[in-house]
Write a new protein. Structure first.
Length: 133
């Protein structure tokens, strides 16, 4: 079994802040950037991409999971999401579910008050094992 890479949170923050500069947020004016570390050490990123049909807008985390799969797949082991101020931002409920699917209970999330495992960010989550039950 491959070793879980060490998390360089400053590196993830830089990547998330950089991704945030590419956000397309002409409606909310609320740019979001996210960076994630994959279990093989890759750093993936995403930014929010809004739409004139507001409900069609994509959160930054959607881009992150696309980047994960489009560059080789694997699992997320750590994620950091930032707003335009560069500070850690909590993912919305839907995006917590996305992170659960692609990182699971042990994936670490940098929150405004420190690092938490997804098990605490999305307690009693619905996941693939429920479909098998
Ligand atoms: N947003 C994200 O990109 N990720 C989140 O987890 C929370 C919200 C975006 C969606 C929208 O483009 C903007 O932030 C304001 O809600």
């Amino acid at each position: 079994m491959a070793e879980i890479p060490t998390v360089d949170w400053e590196d993830l923050r830089r990547a998330a802040v950089d991704a945030c500069t590419r956000a397309y947020a002409p409606y909310s004016h609320f740019p979001v950037g996210v960076a994630g570390l994959a279990d093989d050490g890759r750093v993936l990123t995403g930014c929010n991409v809004e739409n004139a049909a507001y409900g069609v807008g994509l959160c930054a985390e959607c881009g992150l999971v696309c980047d994960l799969h489009n560059t080789g797949g694997g699992r997320l082991v750590a994620v950091l999401c930032v707003g335009g101020d560069g500070q850690a931002l909590m993912p919305c409920g839907r995006c917590r579910q996305l992170l659960w699917e692609h990182g699971g209970a042990d994936c670490l999330l940098m929150t405004p008050t420190g690092v938490l495992p997804m098990a605490e960010v999305l307690p009693q989550a619905f996941g693939a094992e429920n479909l098998r039950a």
